[in-house]
Design a protein around this ligand. Structure first.
Ligand code: SF4
Length: 88
């Protein structure tokens, strides 16, 4: 299973996705992200934020759960790596 370490980075990227415009608090970060990097609407977060639901509804048709978890882990690592290069 993909293990989220609550770094909050993915929730700070909503400004990059037009379909998440209603979640953008104005600076690209989701307005539902708490100061502790948790989701204040976790139980009713949108499907794009819910990896369990995403796998069940979409990705299970095209890949195994292990492949899906590896894909998410890889995307998470790339985002963290990118964030490091853009930190000032
Ligand atoms: S809805 Fe929750 S999980 Fe989704 S981007 Fe916002 S804070 Fe993150």
């Amino acid at each position: 299973m993909f293990k989220c370490d609550k770094c909050g980075l993915c929730c700070k990227q909503v400004g990059k996705f037009p379909f998440m415009k209603d979640y953008n608090r104005g600076d690209g970060t989701c307005r539902f992200l708490t100061d502790e990097n948790t989701c204040s609407i976790y139980e009713r977060r949108p499907p794009i934020c819910n990896t369990e639901l995403l796998y069940e509804r979409i990705y299970s048709r095209v890949m195994t759960r292990e492949e899906f978890d590896r894909m998410n882990t890889s995307a998470c690592e790339k985002l963290k790596s990118y964030a490091k290069t853009t930190q000032r």
